[in-house]
Design a binder for this molecule. Structure first.
Ligand code: NAP
Length: 250
């Protein structure tokens, strides 16, 4: 068996470790977006495949017998490409999607929105001091609606003009998860944040900001996950992936 693990997430790193421990032949694939990525154990390749055609070619040339898509729930292009390429080459594909975040009705001040544009408009209405945690690529969606707000942008890598030209007065904080409740509380307090904007990434790595926001009465704008709707079988944890791989012929 030769497994291609589409990664870039904590789940993918955990899975690479489990599969390596079991002696499975696995190659992790990263997009190469982050300058100093946390590398999984075992063999790793970095960079796009070149669309569906490139991925089809890779699966054939590397003799891949199974693909596990453990990319981020918002990385919909690579997931769509994997679905098409695996269907075409008849290589079995499984998706791992960590459960999304939720709150009891009435707990916290959460506002669910359908996309980043709606997140920007909603955040602009809810307060004047905003913490943006939706990632570098989403910034152009916010610069218009929040141009005159006090905005703190938290990102892993510095923002350059190719990503977005940030309005004067916006503050960039460079950091990467996992985050602790104490640090998240301190960040929200230091900048007197009134509105936190996040994607529904799910999982525990970046969850502390939600708990800190609830404690401090900060409004939270949550971008819903995009629908994939392509019928790819999906599980929510590493154990289920291991079971699936064991069930495959050969
Ligand atoms: P995307 O929009 O779905 O993908 C854009 C292109 O990047 C794909 O068409 C593919 O290029 C390449 N790519 C993406 N993931 C890849 C992978 N694991 N291995 C090889 N190529 C990959 O992806 P994205 O939202 O920019 O995310 C990029 C990576 O960052 C993903 O691997 C994801 O797991 C991770 N990540 C994303 C987010 C997020 O919020 N989107 C958050 C945390 C981590 P080709 O078409 O050339 O093959």
């Amino acid at each position: 068996m030769s497994v291609l693990l589409l990664g870039g997430t904590a789940e993918a790193r955990a899975l690479a470790q489990v599969l390596a421990d079991e002696g499975t032949d696995v190659t992790s694939s990263l997009a190469g977006r982050v300058r100093r990525p946390r590398l999984p154990v075992g063999e790793t390749r970095v960079g796009g495949f070149g669309g569906v055609e490139g991925l089809v070619g890779y699966l054939a040339s590397e003799g891949v017998t199974a693909v596990v898509d453990a990319t981020h729930p918002f990385a919909t292009t690579i997931s769509a490409h994997a679905a098409v390429a695996c269907r075409r080459t008849q290589v079995p594909l499984l998706r791992v999607a960590r459960p999304g975040w939720s709150r009891e009705p009435g707990a916290g001040r959460w506002h669910w929105v359908k996309d980043h544009q709606e997140a920007a408009e909603t955040a602009a209405r809810l307060g004047s001091r905003v913490l943006l945690t939706t990632g570098r690529q989403s910034l152009p969606r916010f610069t218009g609606a929040l141009a005159s707000h006090r905005v703190v942008v938290r990102v892993v890598d510095p923002v350059d003009s190719a990503d977005s030209v940030l309005p004067a007065g916006w503050v960039v904080v460079l950091d990467r998860g996992p985050y602790t409740l104490d640090r998240e509380r301190a960040l929200l307090a230091e900048h007197a944040v009134e509105v936190l904007v996040t994607k529904d990434s799910g999982g525990s790595h970046t969850r502390a900001k939600l708990d800190a926001a609830d404690e401090l009465g900060v409004e939270v704008v949550v971008v819903r996950r995009p629908e994939q709707g392509d019928g790819v079988p999906t599980v929510s944890d590493v154990d289920a992936v291991v079971q699936w791989l064991r069930s495959l012929p050969g």
